[in-house]
Design a protein around this ligand. Structure first.
Ligand code: 5GP
Ligand code: MG
Length: 171
């Protein structure tokens, strides 16, 4: 397997600084809680929150999706064991990548059901061409073509998460 760099460490850091400033402007005076989706968004979470200079809380959720072998249906399984209390909070849901959109849409719905006063969404990457659920993230780091990427939190069978850049994985 080889990893071909697609987005450099410097580009990621610059973009997160920009997004951090926008989030500060948008959430000043609001009770912000960033809820990150494990495990892929951990690296982005750690870098992003250190660029947001307004008070905010951090929570984690874990979701795994299982795609049926013979159907296009996806079942999302949520691990609630460390689900944060979001009642009355302005939640910013953070994921590593928006692909079909099913994970982000289902989690946003779930957080609303659990009493969040508002749920907006942020993704490091948005993949073009595979979206099936009409969700429009409020903050997008980078738009990428339909390729399989790893690094900066994103894995292939749990490897490659530690790379400081995002790259395309190929045989
Ligand atoms: P969605 O529900 O939007 O189809 O799926 C989003 C999830 O699929 C992401 O959180 C991520 O775990 C996984 N995913 C989608 N595309 C990629 C990719 O190119 N690379 C990696 N490592 N994971 C991906
Ligand atoms: Mg994921």
């Amino acid at each position: 397997m080889t990893v071909t760099p697609l987005i450099t460490e410097e580009q990621i850091q610059d973009r997160l600084s920009q997004l951090g400033r926008r989030i500060e402007e948008d959430y000043t005076g609001r009770p912000l809680m960033i809820v990150a989706v494990l495990t892929g968004s951990l690296v982005a979470l750690a870098d992003l929150i250190r660029r947001i200079q307004i008070p905010h809380r951090v929570g984690l959720v874990q979701a795994s999706s299982y795609r049926g072998a013979t159907t296009r249906n996806t079942t999302l399984v949520l691990n609630e064991s460390f689900a944060p209390d979001v009642v009355g909070r302005d939640v910013l849901l953070l994921d590593d990548i928006l692909d079909t959109g099913q994970t982000l849409a289902a989690l946003a719905e779930h957080l609303r059901d659990r009493g969040a006063s508002r749920v907006r969404t942020a993704v490091l990457l948005r993949k073009i061409g595979r979206q099936v659920v009409p969700i429009e993230p409020d903050y997008i780091g980078f738009t990428i073509p339909d390729v399989f990427v790893v690094g900066y939190g994103l894995d292939y069978n749990d490897d490659y998460r530690h790379l400081p850049y995002v790259g395309v994985l190929a045989e």
